[in-house]
Design a protein. Sequence first.
Length: 104
Amino acid sequence: AAELLRGYDIMVPKSALPALDDGEFYWDDLIGCTVRAQDDEGNALDLGTVNYLLETGANDVLVVRASETSVDDRERLIPYIEDDVVVSVDLAKAIIDVNWHPDD
């Protein structure tokens, strides 16, 4: 029976998804979040907004597109590596803080 669904997108209501532990997120929750880094003085720098995510096998990657308030008009691919790159995620404020230099 599952063979009949090969090649199709399958959708379920978010309410049907299992609850997550602290620090876990569904990709859909991250889309639209503002991604911020810090400059050398510790000031927040807006790198853009999460447009979508990629699965690479090694780690997931945030595809961050420039926004009206971002530091430049670049698209960035930022690996979702907890603690090393992704410092914090605040879904209530829709902000992801990253350890990522704007020139990378």
